[in-house]
Design a protein around this ligand. Structure first.
Ligand code: SAM
Length: 192
């Protein structure tokens, strides 16, 4: 099984699992960051958007365009009002012009991409106003999740030098359902 197959299979349960099973805290952290920086509107590019949970959390003052590998995840994003691009995030980002979205985010997705810095560089050039991402560390607890997706390697981009950032902190991100252990992740935010 690879990432595509994994998310195709869990697409219809993703929202419930994220909130209850994995007890994820990504969205409350993004909401808090946007509030802190008084970001209340604009065109969002949501890289590896999944089911589009971001729209439920940031609300209707934004427009949402999402990129994701899984068509079944994207069905849910469309129902939340997303314009979508289906396919590999990096391949699609390469075709998106400079300064074409206000806010570019990649939440809970960088683990799946080998080229973390290349992804960040594309986000930087595409965003007019802000960039938000969660480069997670592949600790032994996170690595244990690889057994669920045997044909995929998870990638650790938590120690890369992202240059000057507006916010950079660790937060309690999600629970490994097998061990019950809470996983920490890095949140990075740059306001241009
Ligand atoms: C943990 S989910 C995060 C979804 C959403 N950002 C959220 O916070 O709820 C990771 C998403 O990355 C997508 N994904 C994995 N590898 C990808 C790739 N190479 N290109 C685009 N999307 C990918 C999966 O299909 C999945 O929807």
């Amino acid at each position: 099984m690879d990432a595509h197959e994994y998310y195709e299979k869990m697409a219809d349960e993703y929202d419930a699992k994220t909130t209850s099973g994995f007890d994820a805290e990504f969205m409350p952290n993004v909401v808090a960051l946007f509030k802190k920086h008084n970001i209340t509107e604009g065109a969002i590019l949501d890289v590896m958007c999944g089911t589009g949970l971001l729209a439920d959390n940031l609300g209707k003052n934004f427009s949402y365009t999402g990129i994701d590998l899984s068509g079944k995840m994207l069905v849910h994003a469309v129902s939340r009002g997303y314009t979508i691009h289906e396919g590999d995030a990096l391949s699609i980002l390469k075709k998106i012009p400079d300064n074409s979205f206000d806010h570019v985010l990649c939440i809970g997705g960088m683990l799946w991409i080998a080229e973390g810095m290349e992804l960040w560089q594309h986000m930087l050039r595409i965003a007019r106003k802000s960039i938000t991402a969660t480069p997670e560390a592949v600790t032994p607890i996170v690595k244990a999740m690889e057994s669920l997706v045997p044909n995929t390697k998870l990638h650790d981009h938590s120690n890369l030098d992202y240059g000057k950032l507006t916010d950079d902190y660790m937060f309690s991100a999600w629970t490994n359902p097998k061990t019950g252990i809470r996983v920490q992740a890095r949140m990075i935010f740059l306001q241009k």
